[in-house]
Design a protein around this ligand. Structure first.
Ligand SMILES: [Mg+2]
Length: 359
């Protein structure tokens, strides 16, 4: 496994992030409304059924029949805006978010609070101060939900190898919907986790990876308020990682949350990725590769299953690359072509900026 991972191309990792996030969202979406821990067998059965359907050619699989949710809608909107404009244009991102939401407000399972932000943005035709509606949420304290973290992967890709620019954009795009420090820092931590998984080489010690990530986060995040909540969350991740195969889903939910708040979703996503590195930590999932183990694990144990699996899938994709995602699932997921194209465009843009930096 080690040499294979070290030899992965950067392009494969970019595609892995984009397709991994989509894979997690699409698989987790089936169980989004089931707010309980599921038996692994139930999720495995669904996963295998989809694979079998594609393998048998029914139903027609070329356009994708497993649908994505708001996580992917917003990820695509952000990525399309960045790649089309070749820079961050907040009004354009706000407009895309709002138009996509009103195109199918119910089907994609957006959170009910963010709908208010989109309504206010629509009233002003996404002109003027597009950060204002989000700043007015919850009596002015802003949202600390997981919504700005779940869509952050294109920012991690666009600014791969340039952490300062990455975090500046992570914070700015977060404030379109989530202005509370806890909401923003969730996105910061998720972006840093993707970058670290992409650049670490083989991870021999999950706990060291986690400690280094936490240290980097504390040192570099531009948002210094409410830091202790993420320090506690990541400490809990490290405590659970030490227990290896003895850790139970009940302990994970009790210690980490796995719900709709950023603090309940990002540390668990990191945990599911790191705990799945060893084949036998979750014996029931041991026949699958690391990417599939990560996404099945996150889906089974998480309350907000689509979002946590989406974030865990993005981190795992950065580490294992695109070939780790089963081809049947790539075929089955609605939007996989788009995810691949956006990853390729972000790769080109990132490659150009790295070349320009050197010259
Ligand atoms: Mg969702």
């Amino acid at each position: 496994m080690a040499t294979q991972e070290l030899e992965l191309s950067l392009l494969s990792r970019f595609q892995g992030v984009s397709l991994g996030a989509l894979f997690g969202d699409c698989l987790g979406a089936k169980f989004e409304t089931n707010w309980s821990v599921l038996p692994y067998e139930k999720v495995i059965s669904y996963y295998e059924t989809i694979k079998d359907k594609v393998a048998m050619g029914t139903p027609k699989a070329d356009s994708g029949f497993v649908h994505y949710t708001d996580d992917t809608c917003m990820t695509f909107d952000l990525a399309k805006s960045l790649t089309k404009n070749r820079k961050y244009k907040p009004q354009d991102v706000a407009k895309r978010f709002t138009e996509t939401f009103f195109a199918s407000p119910k089907e994609r399972n957006y959170g009910r609070h963010v709908a208010k932000v989109f309504s206010k943005l629509k009233e002003n035709s996404c002109r003027g101060d597009v950060y204002k509606p989000a700043s007015e949420q919850f009596g002015g304290s802003g949202s600390y939900g997981n919504g700005s973290a779940m869509r952050v992967s294109p920012v991690a890709l666009l600014h791969h190898d340039n952490i300062i620019e990455m975090l500046t954009l992570v914070v700015a795009q977060s404030k379109l919907t989530h202005t509370n420090p806890r909401g923003i820092n969730g996105a910061v931590l998720q972006a840093l986790a993707i970058e670290k998984a992409m650049t670490s080489g083989k991870i021999d010690n999950a706990k060291i990876f986690c400690q280094e990530l936490l240290d980097q986060f504390k040192e570099i995040t531009p948002i210094k308020e409410d830091m202790e909540i993420f320090e506690n969350g990541m400490s809990n991740v490290m405590e659970l990682l030490e227990k290896e195969s003895e850790v139970t889903p009940r302990e994970i939910v009790s210690k980490l949350g796995t719900g709709v708040l950023a603090i309940q979703a990002v540390p668990p996503a990191i945990f599911f990725f790191l705990h799945s590195l060893k084949t036998n930590n979750v014996p029931t999932l041991s026949t699958y590769n690391g990417m599939v183990r990560t996404v099945l694990y996150a889906t089974s144990v998480s309350h907000d299953s689509d979002t946590v699996a989406c974030m865990a899938g993005a981190i795992a994709g950065a580490y294992y690359g695109v070939d780790s995602i089963p081809s049947e699932w790539v075929t089955a997921c609605e939007g996989s072509d788009k995810a691949m194209k956006l990853a390729n465009k972000l790769y080109k843009m990132n490659e150009n900026s790295r070349k320009n930096k050197k010259s």
